[in-house]
Design a protein around this ligand. Sequence first.
Ligand code: FAD
Ligand code: DHB
Length: 391
Amino acid sequence: MRTTVGIVGAGPAGLLLARLLDNEGVDSVVLESRDRAYVEQRQRAGILEQGTVDVLRDAGAGDRMDREGLRHDGIELRFGRRRHRIDLPALTGGRSVTVYAQTEVCKDLIALRLEGGGPLLFGARALAVEGAETDRPRVRYLHEGREELLECDYVVGCDGFRGVSREVFPPGAGRVFERTYPFAWLGILADVPPSHDELVYARHDRGFALLSMRSPTVSRLYLQVPGGTDVRAWSDGRIWDELERRLETDDDWRLRRGPVTAKSVTPMRSHVHEPMRHGRLFLAGDAAHIVPPTGAKGLNLAVGDVVTFARALAHLRGTGSAERLDAYSATCLRRVWQAERFSYEMTALLHRDPGATPFEDRIQLARLERITGSRPAEQDLAEGYAGFPLE
Ligand code: FAD
Ligand code: DHB
């Protein structure tokens, strides 16, 4: 098979890229190792920045998001049993975020791609990207038991943290910047209306807790747990009890409990692979960078990367200039590092580090007091949360 852009991976990055290219009249083939149900049901991100919402809408992929997504104009920081609301539009010149799950973004993009008849192969596992240094890169992949070759002008590796695209970089051609954290997130989905109408980020002596949601009837909640935690050690009752303790306030706020429908543990890491391009292979999304989830940045960064690639390719086709494509990695990395910084700082602000000294604990509380007591400090957090603009 032959195409202009070979896309490895049908997560949000690969699916949105396929849509953006379709809109530009550029043909592409998407290879996804898992089946459609897996991609549509994998519980992950829930928060879309304003810029992501705008991109999806402009791409003609925002109809259901506009009907069913929940616009949020604030988040709550909770610590010392007190609540502090961050008013996002007031602090950012009108920007807000939208609660619309990654599962739904993927469902919408898959439906659009299949309606348009564009190739999207499920159960197609890329084995290797070859010839990245030539003008005919290829993806070798396995589909229906046969090994096949996809010949391309460009390959975009959207195959997530555990994909194969990054292997293209010869030793010495890439550099990894990384940090692992000694804790993880235990996340649940529950069939119960959210206990608050906005997200609550809570710092507690027992660890971080987050109250989020998927819809007016479905709650999504997270607890900081030690790295390597086995989810089976946490019964539903134990999870609710712990959430209640970490989220408790001095006022009459109460946590609503309900049936838990999903439960999983996610490790936390920061990871950046530089550069994000080798020859005609471009990395996008989690294939190039991971952030700890505290700032809700991962999916939004993936969107920024593929928009940057699609615009750069359109520029080349429109003007003959490869200047923007050549600048792809540097352009993406500027925004990536701001999101890495923000996610790192949000993580440090809200989690209990088991190695922290009593002095560092006090500094953490002083940071929270500063953010909630100073408008410029609060504004800095709000700007980061609402999202860094695309160049
Ligand atoms: P992925 O979603 O990982 O997609 C990669 C795809 O490639 C997968 O479908 C995979 O099956 C496929 N693939 C892998 N290898 C191959 C291969 N060899 N051949 C073919 N296909 C392959 N982000 C936010 O912005 N906001 C949030 O609120 C948020 N919350 C999160 C909460 C949790 C608990 C977690 C775990 C993550 C969260 N994120 C959040 C991060 C977000 O989910 C990711 O950043 C996002 O999924 C990245 O999209 P992607 O398309 O780059 O990669
Ligand atoms: C969700 C995930 C996040 O990482 C976050 O910061 C906020 C919300 C969520 O899954 O709803």
